[in-house]
Design a protein around this ligand. Sequence first.
Ligand code: 5GP
Length: 125
Amino acid sequence: MPIDATAAYDDSNIFARILRGEISAKAVYEDDFALAFHDIAPRAPVHVLVIPKGAYVSWDDFSARAGDAEIAGFIRAIGHVARVHRLVEPGYRLLANIGPDGGQEVPHLHVHLFGGRPLGPMLAE
Ligand code: 5GP
């Protein structure tokens, strides 16, 4: 069920629980600002979720409230994950679902990183 991305942050969401270590995830990268882990239901040979460690619901929330170091750290983490999975040359796709029209289901900002095969059209019809 898509969430309301303007709602207050709910720290019971599944990614908050992963950040607290209450639920396990297959991490591929972690630093002070970001955690990256394999999606539990991968839609491509590489399907990694990258999340900021701070409590942000959406891209709007993050871009408005996060500090410069958090924003830089998050963006750099996404690039790092793409490089270590050797996706730079074949290419890959980043996707952030935001709010109801975006189909966001988990109310903690996350970027999907897809790769490992040609990914087809940008949007499903
Ligand atoms: P959204 O639709 O919010 O952009 O994407 C949420 C993603 O989180 C989905 O691709 C879903 O498979 C993934 N996901 C949901 N629960 C878990 C979980 O417990 N662990 C992991 N690793 N991924 C999850």
